[in-house]
Write a protein that binds this ligand. Structure first.
Ligand code: MOS
Length: 734
């Protein structure tokens, strides 16, 4: 058999290497200080009181019992809290976007918009006192009619009005007509439940006012977003707000927007004149930090007998909150994956009186690939075709929906390599035909896909005569090795060893970085860092010739030379942003840029109990150039773990009568544990994208895409049962 293409090795001496994270030791040895661990003299603690109704007005509080708890300093409600400015609309600032979790002006209003909304804050000398007293605050409400049950609201969904990056409806040809006459077809309905964020570090804030200057410690995905938001809400200049966030204990979208806990900690610090800390309980995270929207999706595929698609219809309904949220773009992968001549995509929205949804790893594409890729498997079945053969027969030359060029697409290579490595040829197609002892064995595949984004970034690079390099950028390190990757890039760009480079990050006093989102942080910083290194080399070369850059500096008698990219004045930033966005949109009109990949999975199903075990996994990814073989593989692996949770166990249970989340804890909302996860084999093709800085396509999110479908497909192969409603729990197999 012909051997598959070998993944190319890295080009630079440092870029590509599997270097350990520079912050790894600090974290594993307990030296790393997280947001809730900064000591301050006179520190007070705050705890939230959550609404127990979904919609209405607060008519009164009884705080007598709570106030009597020893150590309670104050109980803030809308009756006595200092004012905050209303939340800004999405706005461009020095740091880019202001990202708002909800539009509620907490404790400045008596209105309640979801069951769990904070309606009071207790501040006390100790955490224990604050939490105990919070449980003793009695709140009276006048309730009004609330819409909280997504499942029954489908008929009221309203088609989404699009924007340049997210079309509500997109079509090519006449998909409905083509579908009606298709020789072979499937017409399927899928549902996915709401999901909550469960980063290992629950959201925590330490806030300190010094006059009108504010310091905030918070694990955030957007230091500059948070700074801009707090400045706007508390009416102080951005320069008066400092956000310190060197370590973030995991974040997958939930620490991007600004939520109630953060704002109310800052408000409590202002009200009490004390440094205040709030650590959300796990329940507090569920009640105040948005998660993934549920979805109802229809995928209808028509094909000729040879498997060529003639029609692809993908429509989806998702929910948002009435006070915020965003359309979870579930139909988006269907615009990119298959060369159907007739395509119809339509996204509709339902507004609910629930905590608004937000970004969660691969928004849209995680649940969207579940529906599309499970439907493709079902179509392959009907055609009597191998599911990989069906996909390759429909692999497009250009972006299916609009004919734009792909900047990069090695999906064929990913499947070819993966099929060989995984032993796909050993699969006997008949459902239930493979066994291992009493276990039914199933093998499934699905395509992974995630669009590529980029933001602006300000970076400075300093080279000292001793050969050391200092990179400064207010980027976010959430555990994925972001700073390590930038040190590798700088080392190669300046021809110095990795150990000579130090990266300062996680502080808003640094040059403003991008947010860590949309899988775009590394490429965004890299682009500016490479430009800064170029500038630096030119500056040094102007001082002399011969030898290394550091030697030139030493001979010229200079201690250091620094180069900066980006402008930190407000005008300069806004002009830079406008130029960047114009260029981005131009680029976006010309190219479709995305990472893709092939997910291979093997499951074992107990024929009597329906217990599902994922027993093997291989992900082969085309994500452009890879900066760090170790951290990249970990990031992709983490996405797959999250996908396994989405496929098999994760589900936020919302009481359809009251809108209250009923399982706000890790005991009742089941994320995968180690025992649920098999060894995960990761490969990437490591071929640079020709249109992106350093050839990077981004890889933070793609790992989760396609996972749920690969599992559903493998479960069908094992059992002959199709489960269209996530999570695939054992009761659905019996
Ligand atoms: Mo991501 S969902 O942009 O953290």
């Amino acid at each position: 058999m012909e051997s598959p293409p070998r993944p190319q090795s890295a080009a630079g001496p440092v870029v590509g290497k599997p270097i350990d994270r520079v912050d790894g030791q600090a974290k594993t040895s307990g030296q790393a200080r997280f947001a809730a661990e900064y000591p301050y003299p006179g520190l007070a603690y705050a705890a939230l009181v959550h609404s127990t109704v979904a919609r209405g007005r607060v008519t009164g509080f009884d705080v007598a019992e709570a106030a009597a708890v020893p150590g309670v300093l104050t109980i803030l409600t809308h009756e006595n809290a200092p004012s905050m400015k209303p939340p800004p609309r999405a706005t461009l600032t020095n740091g880019g976007m202001i990202v708002t979790g909800t539009t509620v002006n907490y404790l400045n209003t008596d209105e309640v918009h979801w069951n769990g909304q904070p309606v009071a804050v207790v501040v006390a000398e100790t955490l224990e006192a604050a939490r105990e007293a919070a449980g003793l605050v009695r709140v009276a409400y006048r309730e009004s009619q609330a819409t909280v049950d997504f499942a029954t609201e489908e008929e009221h969904a309203v088609p989404l009005k699009g924007n340049p990056l997210q079309r509500g409806t997109a079509r090519k040809g006449d998909a409905e007509a083509a579908f009606r006459v298709a020789p072979v077809s499937v017409d399927l309905r899928f549902t996915t439940p709401p999901l909550n964020h469960n980063a290992i570090e629950p959201h925590a804030t330490t806030a300190v006012w010094d006059g009108d200057r504010l310091t905030v410690h918070e694990g955030t995905q957007g230091i500059a977003w948070l700074r801009a938001h707090l400045a706007a809400r508390f009416g102080v200049p951005e320069a008066s707000v400092r956000v310190i966030s060197p370590f973030v204990g995991g974040a997958f979208g939930g620490k991007g927007p600004v939520w109630a806990g953060t704002l109310l900690t800052v408000l409590a610090a202002r009200a009490t004149g004390r440094p205040v800390r709030m650590m959300l309980t796990r329940e507090g995270v569920y009640r105040t930090v948005g998660g993934r929207s549920p979805s109802i999706q229809r995928v209808a595929l028509g094909a000729a007998a040879d498997g060529r698609l003639t029609a692809l219809i993908h429509t989806g309904v998702t929910g948002t909150g009435r006070v915020g949220g965003l359309p979870e773009a579930v139909t988006s992968p269907s615009g990119h994956l298959y060369a159907a001549p007739n395509i119809l995509l339509r996204h509709s929205l339902v507004e609910l009186d629930l905590l608004p949804n937000t970004f969660m790893r691969a928004p849209g594409e995680a649940p969207g690939t579940f529906a599309l890729e499970a439907a493709m498997d079902e179509l392959a079945d009907k055609l009597g075709m191998d599911p990989i053969t069906l996909r390759m027969r429909n692999e497009p030359e250009t972006n299916p929906i609009d004919g734009k060029r792909f900047s990069h697409r090695l999906l064929r290579e990913a499947y070819a390599y993966g099929a060989q490595r995984f032993g796909w040829a050993d699969r006997t197609p008949e459902p239930g035909s493979m066994r291992d002892g009493r276990w039914l064995v199933g093998m499934g595949v699905a395509t992974a896909h995630h669009g590529t984004m980029r933001f602006t970034a300000n970076v400075t690079v300093r080279l000292s005569a001793d050969g050391s390099v200092l990179v400064r950028c207010g980027l976010q390190e959430m555990g994925m090795g972001a700073a390590t990757a930038q040190a590798q890039i700088a080392a190669d760009a300046l021809g110095v060893p990795f150990e000579a480079v130090r990266v300062e990050y996680g502080d808003s006093t640094l040059p403003t970085g991008p947010g860590a989102g949309a899988s775009a942080q590394t490429v965004s910083v890299a682009a500016s860092l490479l430009a800064a290194c170029d500038k630096l080399r030119r500056k040094v070369r102007a001082l002399g010739e011969g030898g290394s850059l550091a030697e030139i500096l030493a001979r010229a008698g200079r201690d250091h030379v620094e180069a900066a990219v980006g402008s930190q004045t407000r005008l300069g930033t806004l002009a830079g942003q406008a130029k960047f966005i114009a260029k981005f949109l131009r680029d976006h009109r010309r190219w479709v840029k995305a990472g893709c990949g092939a997910q291979f999975c093997e499951v074992r199903v107990d024929p009597d109990t329906g217990e599902i075990r994922v027993s093997r996994w291989l992900g082969v990814f085309d994500v452009g150039k890879v900066i760090n073989a170790k951290t990249a593989a970990s990031q992709l692996r983490g996405g797959i773990v999250m996908g396994i949770g989405m496929a098999l166990s994760e589900e936020t249970l919302v009481d359809p009568r009251t809108g209250r989340i009923m399982n706000p804890s890790l005991a009742e909302y089941h994320v995968p544990v180690h025992a649920d996860i098999p060894p995960i084999d990761i490969h990437y093709l490591d071929e640079p994208d020709p249109t992106m800085p350093l050839g990077l396509l981004g890889l933070g999110e793609i790992g989760v895409t396609g996972v749920a479908a690969a599992i559903a497909n493998a479960v069908h192969h094992a059992t002959g049962k199709r489960v269209h409603d996530l999570p695939i729990t054992l009761d659905k197999l019996l």
